[in-house]
Design a binder for this molecule. Structure first.
Ligand SMILES: *Cc1c(COP(=O)(O)O)cnc(C)c1O
Length: 432
């Protein structure tokens, strides 16, 4: 018996480590239960309550035959055999299994950033002359990747309004390999009808790739026939805005293709998440369900109150949201409608006054990104969506006063609402 549990596992298939891994199939599928029960290490290396950090970039084999088998793909991480950390490392595997359980997918691969996850998937699946049909209101970086970068490789994209299901159908061509959307679009908060888009994609032999960054736990794209789910874990999944990260949730088959030593984008472009970050994010996953509930609750309250003040508010939880019914049908129970809302303050001056005053009062921070415990606020047209040009911005309903709020859960609802209300009053006064 060597002291290399992985190797023993491969040789005897009876791992000493196996006992420390709990595998429970939840009876009623619930994403929080899945994260908790799915595949979780009960103890760390020394019996600690937390899993240990394994920062090694390379892994020993006690028998050279195993190294050969690893290179030939005969044994791998599924047998507890790790080779090199750009390929897969224990902490990212552990995190990946839990993220996969959350998304009800076969496997997830943690990446260094959300853009790394998106780029890795697209470059693996697309070749010159291939075509993508994408939601038009998407993260600015993804929009730029599709519109300005991928054409260099002969890959072209048609953008469609995320809620315009017919438009997706009409944009499909025999070259379309991917339909790409964000479940809740950035920054318009439109909800994509994933099941219909999956049907359209599949009828044309294409795959549906969904960015679920805004809505972890709330929506499970796989349950609406999505093929691949990407995340920027930098946002809600992390929740502290203290580490960049991403994840690809997909089939074993696609993961193996992406990990292929000769042709796989994961191996060849190296977007791997570092083990220390993977360990930290894995710890943060434990409170994700509580955080999502808290974000949703407060956002619903603020959205309702702003709407009753006569402001044009966009939040999927409000009956006034154009896809409210769809969101209601699509969402999982228990996690509400998420922590993202937008409010149109009419023009840029008013939006600026609002943001300044809110920050002065300590009710929110003027920063891009989202999913932080405090409220983050940004004026979309001049920040996260500035990659999208003016005409296109107005076509997607992105006005110059559109202010995006990622509502935090710190403080009390009433103390934070008080600040919000004062900032709104300030913006209204300023414009008179
Ligand atoms: C932030 C974000 C990304 C990019 O993620 P990074 O972690 O910053 O690389 C992609 N999609 C959405 C919806 C995002 O909000």
């Amino acid at each position: 018996m060597s002291n290399r549990p992985g190797e023993d596992a491969a040789i005897s298939a009876a791992s000493a480590d196996a006992e420390r891994v709990q595998v429970v199939q939840p009876r009623l599928w619930n994403p929080a239960q899945a994260i908790h029960d799915g595949v979780r290490r009960k103890f760390g290396e020394w019996g600690g309550v937390n899993e240990s950090i394994e920062p090694s970039t390379t892994f020993t084999t006690m028998r050279p035959e195993i190294m050969k088998d690893m290179f030939e793909g005969k044994v791998g991480v599924e047998n507890g055999c790790f080779l090199y950390a750009r390929h897969f490392a224990p902490n990212s595997l552990s995190l990946g299994l839990r993220l996969a359980a959350m998304e009800d997918m076969e496997i997830a691969y943690p990446t260094a950033s959300g853009m790394a996850a998106i780029t890795t998937v697209l470059l693996q699946l697309l070749s010159p002359n291939d075509h993508v049909v994408s939601g038009g209101a998407i993260y600015g970086g993804t929009h730029a990747l599709l519109e300005k970068f991928l054409p260099r490789f002969g890959i072209h994209t048609t953008f469609v309004r995320p809620s315009d299901t017919k438009g997706f159908e009409q944009a499909m061509t025999p070259q379309t390999k991917i339909v790409y959307v964000e479940t809740q679009a950035n920054p318009t908060m439109e909800i994509a009808d994933l099941l219909k888009l999956a049907e359209i994609a599949h009828a044309h032999g294409a795959l549906l790739v969904v960015d679920n960054t805004f809505t972890p736990l709330i929506f499970t794209p796989k349950h609406h026939e999505a093929d691949i789910v990407v995340h920027s874990t930098t946002k809600f999944i992390n929740g502290r805005s203290d580490a960049i990260g991403g994840a690809i949730s997909c089939s074993h088959e696609l993961l193996l293709k992406m990990m292929d030593l000769n042709t796989g984008t994961l191996m060849l472009t190296g977007p791997v998440m570092d083990s220390r970050n993977a360990h930290q994010l894995n710890m943060y996953l434990n409170d994700l369900p509580l955080r999502m509930k808290a974000h949703s609750e407060r956002t619903m309250t603020f959205a309702q109150r702003m709407e009753s003040m006569g402001l044009p508010v966009t939040y999927p939880g409000l009956p006034s949201h154009p896809q409210h019914q769809l969101a209601k049908n699509m969402k999982n129970p228990d996690y509400g409608y998420g922590g993202m809302m937008s409010v149109d303050l009419g023009n840029q001056d008013r939006a600026t006054a609002f943001v300044k005053e809110l920050q002065r009062l300590g009710g929110g921070l003027n920063a891009v990104s989202l999913g932080y415990f405090d409220t983050l606020v940004s004026i979309s047209g001049t920040s996260t969506s500035s990659e999208i040009d003016g005409a296109e911005r107005s076509a997607m309903g992105l006005s110059s006063g559109l202010t995006r709020l990622s509502i935090g859960y710190t403080g009390t609802t009433e103390s934070e609402w008080d600040k919000m209300q004062q900032a709104i009053e300030c913006a209204r006064r300023g414009s008179k």
